[in-house]
Design a protein around this ligand. Structure first.
Ligand SMILES: *Cc1c(COP(=O)(O)O)cnc(C)c1O
Length: 364
């Protein structure tokens, strides 16, 4: 492969393979594939199309913004699309009805607007209950009131789906998840609606949270949702995005010389420095520390000095045989994004969805 500039290689086979792995974890669960933030940087329509084709299909897609939902419809996606934060203003309702979208209801304002509206046809609603995340969702004790009002409204489709969101599902030791599941079961007891709680970490660690609908995001893209090393190992997951660029400069430097802005790194030995055409302007994290791994010609080399807008430097070692034009992998196949995120004191989610527009995309 020849490659000149920062490129995200998107592997749709890996996506399908991750999807199958998720299905195995929850054979009965319908899958709401979460595609917010440009499908975690992988391309909204591209991922939705891949998960709408042939044998392996998501049952619905989840997005955070109305614009994202409309972009999917405009790309020809016909599957159910759920607005995970619901609608923001009453004029959104006409668009929701027109484009056959589904909405979460998570507060009293949305309930009032929906029930007093005059929409062209009933809208499918997911009612969100706050079981402990304390971000979105109605109080458990308000469930009956909300449920009754929604059920009686001519604007609401009869199949209301009951949902909640887990705050600590990535922590196998935390008591929060069992508490949230218990509360959810208690308040929805006796209601035979479909239910939904599990994000990726819930899918991996908490089978009792699966219910009828699972909502994977991160896992679809081949990244482990769990940080704890013993549990993080999900060998069947394959990275969908591999971020690469090429070496554009190689130079020998002597012990004591400094490299990059602020002279922030100083050579402790004679060595060879490589410059790679990728920087924070492409979405590579500016706060990646010295020593952050970069994969070149089959070996890991350390990032050195400050991350620039368009470039980073690595220490190739004294007798390096690398050449200008050689490919460097910043994360993906051979170098988990989880590791890079740790070195940049962030999470894989942020790295993936920060990939900037100037990064070329190659689909394989
Ligand atoms: C983002 C999101 C998910 C997916 O979370 P992951 O950790 O990426 O699997 C699921 N449900 C809701 C409501 C979300 O906002």
């Amino acid at each position: 492969m020849t490659l000149r500039t920062a490129t995200a290689v998107i592997d749709l086979q890996a996506l399908i393979s991750n999807f199958c792995y998720i299905k195995k974890k929850s054979p009965q669960g319908k899958v709401l594939a979460v595609l917010k933030a440009n499908a975690y940087g992988h391309g909204l329509a591209r991922i939705a199309s891949a998960l709408s084709a042939s044998t392996y299909q998501a049952d619905a897609f989840g997005v955070a913004r109305l614009d994202e939902a409309l972009a999917l419809r405009n790309a020809g996606i016909t599957k159910p699309i759920v607005l995970l934060e619901g609608f923001f203003e009453h004029t959104d309702l006409d668009v929701i009805a027109e484009y056959d979208l589904q909405t979460i209801i998570h507060n009293q304002e949305q309930l009032s607007i929906l029930c007093s509206a005059n929409v062209a046809k009933p809208i499918q609603v997911w009612l969100k209950i706050d079981t402990g995340m304390h971000r979105l969702g109605i109080a458990p004790e308000d469930l009956n009131t909300f449920y009754t009002q929604l059920n009686q409204s001519k604007n609401v489709d009869t199949d209301i789906i009951l949902m909640s969101h887990l705050s600590c599902a990535d922590n196998a030791e935390s008591q929060s998840t069992p508490n949230q599941i218990a509360l959810f079961n208690k308040v929805t007891n006796g209601l035979y609606n479909s239910k939904s709680m599990a994000n990726s970490a819930g899918i991996c660690l908490w089978p009792e949270s699966h219910f009828q609908w699972i909502r994977p995001g991160l896992m679809l893209y081949g990244v482990s949702p769990i940080q704890e090393p013993r549990l993080a190992n999900q060998p069947a997951l394959q990275p969908v995005m591999t971020l690469q660029s090429s070496l554009i400069s190689i130079r020998n430097i002597a012990k004591g010389e400094k490299v990059g802005y602020g002279g922030a790194w100083q050579a402790t030995h004679d060595t060879t420095i490589g410059v790679i055409a990728i920087g924070y302007g492409d979405g590579y994290p500016r706060h990646a520390e010295n020593g952050t791994p970069v994969l070149i010609n089959g070996r890991i080399v350390p990032l050195i000095g400050r991350v620039s807008m368009d470039m980073i430097s690595v220490d190739l070692g004294k007798n390096a045989q690398d050449n200008i034009g050689d490919i460097a992998t910043l994360w993906g196949k051979g170098l988990p994004v989880e590791k890079v995120a740790q070195c940049a004191t962030t999470i894989p989610y942020e790295l993936l969805c920060n990939i900037s527009r100037r990064v070329q995309v190659t689909v394989k």
